[in-house]
Write a protein that binds this ligand. Structure first.
Ligand SMILES: O=C(O)CCC(=O)C(=O)O
Length: 266
């Protein structure tokens, strides 16, 4: 995908449910973020209950702490992040894509270590979230390593955000959620990225990534934006994406099967 203007990018985002952002970080800036990322991963910067395994339902190989490490709210765990360039650049991109009232809802890290080989389950982010009257939302997924098919680049189902949210269910250990989908579905598109590049997806866009079967690490920084009024509504209802309580479940009524309705997660 080559995009020449901002207008085209917004049109692609609205039509397909995802769009390339282009470069958001230079190589030197990527190094700064990698350093902080690795300090979070090693525990030098403490993440407490904000750290979990996005594929905890899959048996782990010996010596592997998480199949897929997810750390919610890095910007809350390490305050200087807010003064580094990514948050303001991603905010500008989010406002371009969903409107000037967009503000940061939450951020997170998703890391796939070499040879962990476990896919991120197919899901729509909106299934983790409570119902809101204004569903505009954008996640900006930023590659701190080259993202390829072999180390787990993102995959999307083009146009899926325009269809009803699919039924989701808790993963077998109840700690994350998933839905039925596959790379064989029409519109399935892999999005390899170079270092420092990003891809933006909508809250209703079906996505997943393959397991990392390569020798290389796959570090992604993800920033989520939605209208300020909707964030206010979410917070009033106790929904803070793991800032206080890092519990993930099916929360959106449309995505919940009758049996799975649990007040419900990212
Ligand atoms: O990085 C991944 O594998 C999954 C990312 C994801 O689910 C998201 O950004 O919402």
């Amino acid at each position: 995908m080559t995009l020449s203007t901002d207008l085209e990018r917004t049109q692609v985002f609205q039509q397909d449910g995802f769009a390339l952002t282009g470069e958001l970080l230079s190589m030197a800036e990527v190094e700064t973020y990698r350093n902080i990322y690795d300090r979070l991963l090693s525990g030098e910067i403490e993440s407490g209950d904000k750290r979990s395994d996005l594929a905890s339902h899959v048996p782990r190989r010996e010596g592997v702490r998480e199949n897929i490490t997810q750390i919610m709210w890095p910007s809350a765990l390490y305050a200087p992040l807010k003064d580094l360039p990514l948050h303001s650049r991603a905010l500008t991109m989010a406002r371009e894509l969903i409107g000037d009232d967009a503000v940061l809802d939450f951020d997170m890290l998703i890391h796939k270590a070499p040879h962990t080989g476990v896919p991120t389950p197919w899901h729509q982010d909106a299934a983790y979230w409570i119902d809101l009257p204004d569903t505009r939302a954008v996640s900006i997924w930023v590659a701190l390593d080259e993202a390829t098919l072999d180390n787990g680049c993102m995959w999307y189902i083009r146009g899926s955000h325009q269809k009803p949210i699919r039924p989701h269910r808790p993963t077998s250990d109840g700690r994350n959620i998933e839905c039925d989908c596959s790379e064989d579905e029409p519109g399935a598109t892999a999005v390899p990225l170079s270092l420092g590049e990003g891809v933006a997806h909508a809250g209703g866009t079906l996505h997943y990534s393959r397991g990392n079967i390569s020798d290389r690490t796959r570090r992604a920084w993800i920033l989520n934006y939605r209208p300020a009024d909707m964030i206010r509504l979410e917070r009033e209802q106790g929904m803070d994406h793991g800032l206080e309580n890092n519990e993930r479940m099916v929360r959106n009524a449309d995505a919940a099967d009758a049996a799975d309705v649990v007040g419900s997660g990212d």
